[in-house]
Design a protein around this ligand. Structure first.
Ligand SMILES: Cc1cc2nc3c(=O)[nH]c(=O)nc-3n(C[C@H](O)[C@H](O)[C@H](O)COP(=O)(O)OP(=O)(O)OC[C@H]3O[C@@H](n4cnc5c(N)ncnc54)[C@H](O)[C@@H]3O)c2cc1C
Length: 455
């Protein structure tokens, strides 16, 4: 008998689960209130990285003196940048929609909520309809966290979602929050020439990351003239008396004036209003749906994946969870299904230089007392980094001293997000440092630093 699978949310988690489940023979319906592709396409990964790419091109031009070029100033064309973002978004959205429909997935535009443990109700523009299911997946994502001490107005006091398409480029901006999203916004706005202040609640940007990695980024920020307010927590953001700027107040008495402020203090799950209690699906204190290692919720026929499941808030992780849900649903788990190991997820921060890491971190190993071997090579030792006129950063590989198995690594430098794939593959496949050393790599290429770090 064909399995009826209803998915709420068409972001990376939902659309990947839909594609794989349909391919394996399930009858799949995706309910999406907005657009297929989800927040990842609309506001998060795609527009932010598109803007960062343009900002990167600008700062590349600025850094190009010394490469045999006369320095020339790049000028932003806001209209062209906006239409580029829209073009990329719509290209990806159409591609995803085509992929889903070509697999026979039914798309329903509307807002879904559970009305029983085996039925959802969908509010569409044409009225209300009900869908019965054998299995369901909640893949409703998350939204920016808004604290009770400020009210974003979409004009001067912004969440990350108010920044695209760029209506104007801020003259000066205060970014609140120095996690991954916060530092990417600092990088983006400062690349476009804004005067940026970053409110950092701890003593280091990217709290929790390797201090050596954070230090390279802080150096770049300081070189760009970014002001770092360390050890400060924002407690209020208000429009100034003229209404043309904002005032950010911090708990230590410091006050920052700028034309705009951007909140980047994390996200909250889209688990409210879904009727989860009616279906019997449990959530934790933060509203995240609790799942087991197979993404199964407290109701055996209902899965949750992506940001709403409170694991790693990454598009790549959401997609992989979606894939694993489809495999388990269709019985692949009995044969070759491998559980998702969140500790082996690679992640990147699209700053300049880029930062990427995977697997075991040095600090984590030291605090658990695990013996590790750490090898580090600066990019300044790689001919290609010198040719690129960008010798910043390093490659660090962490391995098991007894077996040589690669346990993790971090890369700071140009193309780190691409280069980390080599270490990610090694970590996932339990490869040894010698496997990397013996790979015949390209010369001159940045990957040579990887081989050297593996020596
Ligand atoms: C600024 C920013 C940049 C980011 N950049 C990256 C990056 O570079 N790389 C990366 O890996 N991750 C990045 N992320 C994280 C990434 O965007 C998320 O992890 C990813 O979008 C999660 O996918 P998802 O499928 O869980 O949810 P989403 O992409 O949020 O999709 C959920 C979908 O569910 C729909 N929905 C919600 N409720 C209902 C309902 N009741 N009925 C019907 N539909 C509903 C929503 O409309 C939405 O389309 C970024 C995040 C931010 C904030």
């Amino acid at each position: 008998m064909t399995t009826t699978f209803v998915i709420i949310g068409g972001g990376p988690a939902g659309n990947t689960a839909a594609t794989y489940a349909a391919r394996m023979g399930a009858q799949v319906t995706v309910v999406e209130r907005d657009v297929v592709g989800g927040a990842a396409h609309l506001w998060d990964c795609i527009p932010s990285k598109t803007m960062i790419a343009t900002g990167g091109a600008m700062s590349f031009v600025r850094r190009s003196t010394g490469m045999g070029l006369e320095q020339s100033a790049a000028v932003i064309d806001t209209e062209a940048l906006t239409s580029r973002i829209e073009h990329i978004k719509s290209h990806l959205q159409h591609g995803t929609t085509r992929l889903l429909t070509s697999q026979g997935v039914r798309l329903v535009r509307g807002v879904a909520r559970f009305v029983s443990p085996d039925e959802v109700e969908v509010e569409t523009v044409d009225g209300t309809t009900r869908l019965r299911f054998d299995s369901a997946l909640v893949a409703t994502g998350s939204r920016p966290r808004i604290p009770d001490w400020c009210t974003p107005d979409g004009d001067r006091i912004l969440t990350t979602r108010d920044c695209y398409p760029p209506k104007v480029f801020p003259e000066s901006v205060t970014v609140i929050g120095s996690g991954v999203t916060g530092v990417e916004f600092v990088h983006m706005f400062s690349s476009f020439g804004a005067k940026v202040t970053l409110v950092v609640s701890r003593q280091q940007v990217l709290p929790g990351k390797d201090p050596e990695v954070a230090a390279v980024l802080e150096d770049d920020f300081l070189t760009r003239g970014v002001q770092l307010l360390k050890g400060a927590r924002a407690t209020a953001i208000d429009r100034d008396d003229d209404g043309v700027g904002v005032i950010v107040r911090c708990d230590d008495g410091r006050v920052v004036h700028s034309t705009h402020a951007v909140l980047a203090i994390g996200s909250v799950p889209n688990s409210d209003g879904l009727g989860l209690d009616i279906a019997g699906v449990e959530v934790d204190a933060g509203g995240y749906i609790t799942i087991d290692h197979n993404c199964v919720t407290s109701v055996p026929t209902i899965y949750a994946a992506g940001d709403v499941s409170g694991k790693l808030p990454l598009s790549s992780v959401a997609s992989m969870q979606g894939r694993k849900v489809a495999e388990r649903l269709m019985g692949v788990h009995a044969r070759e299904h491998r559980h998702l190991d969140y500790d082996k997820a690679a992640s990147a921060i699209f700053t300049e230089p880029e930062i990427a890491d995977v697997g075991l971190a040095e600090a984590e190993a030291f605090s658990s007392g695990r013996k590790i071997r750490v090898t580090k090579v600066p990019f300044s030792a790689a001919p290609k980094a010198l040719i690129n006129n960008d010798p910043r950063g390093f490659v660090k590989i962490i391995s098991d001293p007894a077996t040589g198995v690669v346990l993790g690594g971090s890369i700071v430098g140009r193309h780190a997000a691409e280069l980390i794939s080599v270490i990610a593959l090694a970590v996932t496949a339990n490869l040894k440092v010698s496997d990397i050393v013996e790979s015949l790599l390209v010369h001159p290429a940045l990957s040579e630093a990887l081989a050297e770090a593996a020596e």
